[in-house]
Design a protein around this ligand. Sequence first.
Ligand code: ZN
Length: 271
Amino acid sequence: MPSLDLDTDPLYEIATRSLVRPSDALFWDDRLFTTHGAILHWCELGDDILEESNYRTALDRIRAAADSGRPDAEVSDAHVIDASARHFAFGSLRTIYVQVREDADPCKTCAEGQEADAYWVFTFKSGREVVFCDGCRDEFDELGLSYEPRIPAYTAAFTEAAEILTALAGYPVLDESDYSEREWNAYQETLTEAVEHAQKDYWDDSDQEAQEIAERYLNDYSAMHRTEWIRAEDVNWAVVAKEYAGHRDSYFTELANAHLNAPIAGQPIAA
Ligand SMILES: [Zn+2]
């Protein structure tokens, strides 16, 4: 590895950390922790909505950055890996890996070698550059030519990823509207589940009756789901059962009254 003064490079620390290979997992892809660094994780089977929102938002942004200004190719396919791995502690772990630096050009002298961190460059007086690999240094040394280490530029995907990590260090939500939409959807799903559970006590209600009672309950602005709860974890199934039962009682009472007050066929309607 060529020694460079990289202290002034704000991306260097993030790049270095992202390329540290953890000891506790198996990897099937030799790009991981060599050219591609780990940026963000998400325990897919967990129910952490913020973690999911940040992961999906980051993935979209990093892919878009990789492809931006490159209409000819989907660079994100090579530069961004959305990996899913079994993990002993987390079950299923999704990880975004991002290629840290651009691919190095092949060595101009031997036309071999792809190690991005072992390249050198000799610059002619005219400004023309010759990039060559570690194995070809002897030829330049014998000629007494001096040359510099050459490290390829950071990829657009990695620059975006570093920006995202920096933002997350300061504030935990990448996209407020994505996060609150996911939270709202999870809340609605849990509430629906709780209603369906409450309906199981009334198995002889028809589908139409059950649906109409549920609509009354869900449109009740004095119910807990409108006054108190905002997140999935707020939903109390016992309260849902109790409030649903109340709406069911009034529904059937109204139905019975309507039936009693209905005109009877063949009889004149009382004036
Ligand atoms: Zn070479």
